[in-house]
Design a binder for this molecule. Structure first.
Ligand code: NAI
Length: 719
């Protein structure tokens, strides 16, 4: 072996071997080719030891077992010109892990902290697993989330220990389970308090040694699972059915491949199953989706560390008590997140009834979390206890951060900020959740505009991860850092953006939404538009999205953007006509689709066809190919995104792309809107824009794009 510091160490105590992974210089343990080779050497030596009672595999990290394979190495593998390399690494990992089952004594993986991906596969290759009950302990196989499948035995050993249904659920969703659940499903022998973990593992070795039951266990796990054809068909149908509701097979093939591998291997011995798994993973490694998903994995972490706007190194104020003003849809959802994360929140609205309704809404959010096992009943009570509903604005004196979320009227907001300026403490940072009003204009009403900025959450705020931090002309770096830091502590990802109409995300989303309405006016059917957008990978189509957002809200937002970018945008007549006809979307069951009360699945409505035909006058309805529709929708979006980069509304392509991924669900398998542009190539994008330019200046190629096209440049130089 080389002189590189070793990651694995082997000690012996009382005839028990203890193999510890502690990757030098890293916060968490990961596996890579070198660490697999080191492990192989240790396992070879151990295989010759007939004097030992057992092996414990432990981690030297305080709160982590093994966080999976080192994804940087995976990324290099994707770039490798040698296509056999992925196959060799998969084969080698499988081979080395198989050696646990050849040791002349039982092995136990002792898990505290995350044991995920390759880390859990290693633990599964041991005869037994035991884990701590601590909250940091998570066991899972998240490979499908980066576009691959578990390739070191995960698809084979997890079904053998946890059952085929549960294993498929875990593999296809990529979700981890905690220690208690792991014990309940048989994934671990037991889950115990962290303090007694090693002692319990030693006791486990004694128990299984008594009647040598570990040998029988090994034999069982090496054999086929053995399901009848009926059982198998049922389990696979359920897994595929659930999967189809969540992800599209064409965009995210990995979880479907995993189901197929399990289907084909349940009745095979382990060794044959491993060969099938290996054969299935190789084409996925380095496939376009896996490349982009791994890119997104790293981009997410980079943006999480640095929100942009030059504030990465700026220390924000310490926020201990928060006030939220306006307990409507947004104010209550935001308060629910803050209180759950431990902040005392003073929640202010005009009267008691409104506040009572807000508390009901917040508790309903908590109830859903509790039903999903993500919030305990005592945590729910504690969180509610942190909220102080108030009608008197004076109460915000106690806060060191105030978020305004009242109705979207500039004068009402300015009036509130004037009053707040007399009440708040001198170091208090103020923010507005406005989605359409200029932060620099609102700042005119704030006594200390340097302590004021935008903090724009997305609806539903309890779920959406993006928070736009809007930099007004006078906002100080410290105020921006305070907001970004707070957003992060709420589990959100902040991105600093400039103060323009629509800020970043809505400014890019609205031209796409409007293009959909222009196409509708031309006669393209609503369901074709929605289908094309979904096939591109959007979570829902733009017409349905109008109904979900509310047509009155969409109309209002469009007017704001048209006022700012009227040179290229206009409010489509159909939007005005729909709102005038009282069709507001899902909220009154009548939008571009018609809804049965309580339902969110819309039906085609001939009434809308009539309205559209009327607007078209005598013109025939256009019939456009899916291809043209996709071009028009996403080029409209892309052109506006490039203009945002040109105007430095956002730091760079990566921040822009991540904001769209987290804010509107832009498809992750494409890596981002500007990654998509890079895949097409700037010259192709410019040529396509020119083709559509006769439709209006919205398709005029932005200068930056033309420059990239001329110089063969890209938004992401590294590819
Ligand atoms: P909402 O109408 O549900 O709630 C507004 C609340 O503010 C009401 O409860 C109202 O009684 C209260 N309020 C009005 N004037 C007040 C005052 N002077 N003092 C105290 N409370 C007052 O509105 P929603 O949807 O929650 O929006 C609030 C803000 O969030 C707006 O600025 C909106 O643009 C923004 N926003 C809305 C999003 C959405 O999808 N609904 C998304 C992102 C931002």
């Amino acid at each position: 072996m080389s002189d590189a510091p070793t990651a694995w160490t082997l000690e012996e105590r009382d005839r028990i071997a203890i193999l510890t992974l502690d990757v030098p210089g890293e916060r968490v343990n990961t596996l890579n080719a070198a660490r697999i080779e080191e492990l192989a050497v240790h396992l070879d030596r151990l295989a010759r030891r007939n004097d030992l009672r057992g092996l414990l595999v432990v981690s030297g990290k305080p709160n982590n077992f093994i966080a999976g394979v080192d994804l940087k190495e995976v990324q290099q593998l994707f770039r490798s010109p040698d296509p056999q390399k992925a196959d060799r690494l998969t084969a080698r990992g499988q081979e080395v892990f198989n050696r646990f089952a050849t040791l002349p004594f039982p092995s136990v993986a002792v898990i505290h902290g995350a044991a995920v991906g390759g880390g859990l596969e290693l633990a599964l290759a041991c005869d037994y697993r035991i884990c701590s009950l601590n909250g940091v302990t998570q066991l899972g196989l998240p490979e499908t989330q980066i576009g691959i499948i578990p390739g070191w035995g995960g698809t084979q050993r997890l079904p053998r220990v946890a059952g085929v249904s549960k294993a498929l659920e875990m593999i296809t969703s990529g979700q981890s389970v905690d220690g208690r659940t792991a014990a309940a499903i048989g994934l671990v022998w037991d889950a115990v308090p962290q303090e007694g973990l090693i002692e319990e593992a030693e006791r486990l070795l004694e128990i299984v040694a008594e009647d040598e039951r570990w040998r029988a266990q090994r034999e069982r796990l090496a054999g086929p699972i053995g399901l009848t054809e009926d059982q198998l068909q049922f389990i696979v149908a359920v897994a595929e059915g659930m999967l189809a509701q969540r992800v599209n097979r064409r965009h995210y093939p990995a979880p479907y491949v995993a189901v197929d591998v399990v289907r084909r291997t349940v009745n095979l011995p382990l060794a044959e199953g491993l060969a099938v798994e290996r054969e299935a993973i190789v084409p996925l490694l380095g496939s376009p989706a896996s490349r982009e998903l791994v890119h997104v994995f790293f981009a997410t972490r980079r943006v999480e560390k640095n929100p942009g706007g030059g504030i990465a190194a700026v220390e924000g104020n310490k926020v201990e008590t928060i006030a939220v003003i306006g307990a409507g849809v947004m104010g209550s959802a935001i308060t629910s997140v803050m209180a759950r994360r431990g902040y005392p929140v003073i929640l202010v609205d005009l009267n008691r009834e409104l506040l009572d309704r807000a508390i009901e809404r917040i508790d309903a959010i908590y109830q859903t979390l509790q039903q999903r096992g993500r919030l305990s009943s005592s945590a729910r009570t504690q969180a509610l206890g942190r909220i102080a509903p108030m009608t008197d604005l004076e109460a915000v004196r106690a806060a060191d951060f105030v978020l305004e979320a009242i109705i979207e009227r500039e004068e009402a907001k300015k009036d509130l900020f004037r009053r707040l300026s007399d009440i708040v403490r001198p170091d208090c940072v103020l923010a507005s959740n406005t989605s359409t009003i200029s932060i620099s204009r609102l700042a005119e009403a704030v006594r200390h505009p340097e302590r004021f900025a935008g903090m724009h959450f997305f609806n539903p705020a309890e779920r959406m991860r993006l928070v736009e931090v809007i930099r007004g002309t006078q906002s100080s770096p410290q105020a921006l850092a305070t907001i970004a830091q707070l957003a992060r502590s709420l589990g959100k990802t902040p991105v600093v953006v400039g103060d323009c109409a629509g800020f970043l995300v809505n400014r890019i989303l609205v031209p796409y939404m409007l293009e959909a309405l222009i196409l509708l006016e031309e006669g393209v059917p609503a369901d074709q538009l929605d289908r094309v957008a979904k096939e591109f990978g959007m979570p829902m189509g733009p017409i349905l999205l109008h109904d979900v957002v509310g047509l009155d809200v969409a109309l209002y937002a469009s007017r704001v953007l048209v006022a700012a970018y009227g040179d290229r945008l206009h409010v489509p007549k159909v939007l005005e006509a729909m709102v005038q006809a009282g069709r507001l979307g899902q909220k009154n069951n009548l939008g571009f689709y018609r809804y049965r009360p309580g339902r969110t699945k819309g039906q085609h409505d001939p009434e809308v066809d009539r309205l559209l035909a009327e607007l078209r006058g005598g013109d025939a309805a256009a019939s456009l190919s899916d291809h043209v529709i996709e071009d028009r929708l996403f080029l409209a979006m892309l052109a506006e995104a490039v203009r945002c980069l040109e105007e430095q509304i956002v730091d760079d392509a990566e921040h822009l792309d991540m904001a769209l991924l987290l804010g509107i669900g832009f498809p992750a398998f494409r890596g981002g809107l500007l990654r998509w542009a890079d895949q097409l190539g700037a010259a192709t994008v410019v040529a396509k824009l020119r083709e559509y330019e006769p439709l209006g200046p919205r398709f005029r190629p932005p200068k930056l794009l033309e420059e990239l096209a001329a110089g063969n440049g890209r938004f992401y130089p590294e590819g």
